[in-house]
Design a protein. Structure first.
Lengths: 324, 291
């Protein structure tokens, strides 16, 4: 079975839970930016939680199915339609052979996850089907979908009913003012105490440069650096360091002006200082932020970070139970 | 050198071996990452050596951040006593310096450069005190380089030249990054050389281009069939200046599946290297070109 791509949307790509193990060679983990929603979508159609799905950003694709399938759309509020008829998000619904899945305008969030029973079955590259466009790796020829593509779909594992839903209280989305929890560290000592306090006190705004590599923020005050003689090899700007690895979720601030949070397609390293890292539990939320979203960074400690991680696991367990 | 540990969120530990770049810092970072790999600590998912630092990614559901930190500190002690000797390989990288493609690109982005009136090579030669670009190229291709980090994008090597501090070439990055860099550009920023594995944005000065691909996601190129990324941290690189005729021939050979990079296995000892840098580099050259 295959899915014909009538129109691709804005930047729709094949994603699963990513390819760990190659970051030391500059190949990032990739995979869905909002993994919580990706897992939920797969659960709804009876797939393994890590099966490959389509990640659509801001605008949905138009897809013609060549055989019957069960479909679920989670994540952003991007209302699905089958032959023009509305279907509910976060719920499984049937699409018959010859029918067209399309989408209404985006009403909230940024990225929708479209799971199809059997999973998208493009070739596995380095252990994953995730698309990494910068390296032309994975997905369909290492790129986003194009009109005319035929997407292979795997055989559905079992019979799963349509009409199952993730309870509303378990659909995790950022608020109208997003909060991102941050563990300070890395090169936090490079900025002054006052500047550090300011970073958390001010409200930032998602900039237009926001994609799978990273999210840029603007609207806060420029950072003040602690004076020093730049170390050999670091470069002359006070925001420069000797090129080092960048953690996923790390917040770099080139020139001290606009923070950038690296995400699933992160550049693996470079020469900019980082003031801390967004905790793992909040990485999914970043994938749902639209440009211009007001954002508050909140400083937390490791215990908080681990507790938040457990909460997120518990929420996924509740979805597993609800859909079992 | 003072080792500094810091958590990068709840899934990473960042270890800065030194604030400044040196072969010693690189060696300690490499030997600690080797020790982490060998000790097979539960929950480790990524081991990423960098120039004078490294990063471990771990699963906090399998090992607590505190335990992970304690494991690394324990390994630091043994890494400090490890002999700075590695088994590695030396690789020849042919370079067409002052090539037409990087020249065309650098002319397009001149307003983002410190010195719009000269080329990147002329600028780098002048601020490093060389009389001509020929003398600069001789220094650049004369002594070998350590691949001290692979990353930024897929398969891109950062390289640190194996000479004493006084002879290190230093060049600032572009004032504002370019939106385009030809694939396989030989670049320079700070005290690091690099080879752009793919076409894309970049801020390093551009000196030339190599005909030898170093990343192939399709794994079609003969010597990248087994693995799509050519370089590994710890590799030694020797640049060889080539002319346009050789460049064209190499490109044709790569396409025809006839090109094989010149690679030899070598043992590198940091202590022996420091005793006689030029003599040691000469021996490495003999290992590369002998038999």
């Amino acid at each position: 079975m295959a899915i014909k791509v009538i129109s691709p949307g804005l930047a729709t790509s094949v994603q699963d839970l990513g390819r760990p193990g190659y970051y030391h060679l500059g190949i990032p983990i990739s995979g869905g930016m909002d993994r919580f929603s990706l897992r939920a979508a797969n659960m709804l159609v009876g797939n393994d939680e890590g099966a490959a799905v389509l990640e659509a950003v801001f605008m949905g694709p138009e897809l013609e199915f060549t055989s019957d399938a069960l479909v679920a759309v989670t994540g952003a509020d991007l209302p699905p339609k089958v032959d023009g008829e509305a279907r509910a998000g976060w719920s499984s619904f049937a699409v018959k052979a010859g029918q067209v899945l399309s989408f209404d305008y985006l009403k909230g969030g940024a990225r929708a996850y479209i799971a199809v029973s059997g999973g998208i079955d493009t070739p596995v590259a380095l252990g994953s089907r995730s698309t990494y466009t910068l390296g032309a790796l994975g997905g369909l020829e290492g790129r986003n979908l194009q009109a005319g593509d035929a997407l292979p779909v795997g055989a559905a594992a079992g019979s799963t009913a349509e009409g199952r839903s993730v309870p509303e209280g378990l659909r995790r989305m950022p608020g109208s003012k997003a909060e991102l929890r941050v563990l300070t560290g890395l090169y936090w000592h490079r900025i002054t105490d006052a500047s550090g306090r300011n970073f958390f006190a001010e409200t930032w705004e998602v900039a237009l440069e926001a994609d799978r590599i990273g999210y840029r923020f603007k609207g806060g005050s420029p950072l003040e650096f602690v004076e020093r003689k730049q170390p050999f090899g670091a470069g002359s700007d006070p925001s420069n360091i000797v090129d080092a690895c960048y953690p996923y979720g790390s917040i770099q601030v080139p020139g001290g002006t606009e923070p950038i949070i690296l995400h699933r397609d992160a550049v693996s390293g470079g020469g900019y200082f980082m003031l801390g890292t967004v905790i793992s539990a909040d990485m999914d939320l970043i994938g749902q932020l639209q440009p211009h979203t007001q954002t508050q960074f909140v400083s937390v400690d490791m215990d908080n970070a681990l507790a938040a991680r457990r909460d997120r696991h518990a929420m996924l367990d509740q979805i597993r139970e609800a859909l079992a | 050198m003072t080792t500094r540990y810091s958590f990068g969120g709840d899934e990473h530990i960042f270890v800065e071996v030194d604030e400044e770049m040196s072969l010693e810092a690189f060696f300690k970072s490499l030997s600690m990452t080797n020790a982490v790999r060998e000790s097979q600590i539960k929950g480790v998912t990524e081991i990423c050596p960098a120039n004078a630092s490294f990063q471990i990614k771990f699963d906090p559901d399998l090992i607590s951040p505190g335990d992970m930190l304690a494991e690394l500190k324990r390994l630091e002690v043994s890494a400090e006593h490890a002999e700075p000797v590695i088994q590695t390989r030396i690789v020849e990288v042919p370079v067409l310096y002052n090539d037409p493609w990087t020249r065309e690109t650098l002319m397009r982005f001149r307003e983002r450069h410190q010195d719009p009136d000269s080329t990147d090579l002329e600028y780098a030669a002048r601020i490093n005190g060389f009389e001509s670009i020929e003398a600069f190229i001789e220094a650049h291709s004369g002594a070998p380089w350590f691949v001290s980090m692979v990353g930024f994008v897929a398969g891109l090597p950062f390289m640190f030249q194996m000479v004493d501090r006084a002879r290190q070439i230093e060049v600032p990055k572009y004032l504002r990054p370019r939106t385009d860099t030809p694939k396989l550009t030989v670049g320079y920023g700070g005290c690091f050389a690099c080879i752009y594995s793919v076409r894309g944005a970049g801020g390093y000065q551009m000196f030339g281009i190599t005909p030898m691909p170093i990343f192939d996601p399709n794994q079609a190129i003969s010597y990248l069939r087994d693995f799509m990324v050519f370089f590994r941290p710890g590799d030694i690189v020797k640049f060889r200046p080539i002319d346009r005729e050789t460049y064209d021939k190499d490109v044709a050979d790569v396409e025809a599946g006839r090109f094989t990079p010149r690679v030899r296995d070598v043992t590198f000892s940091l202590d022996e290297f420091h005793k006689d840098i030029d003599g040691y580099n000469q021996k490495l050259g003999e290992a590369l070109y002998g038999n």
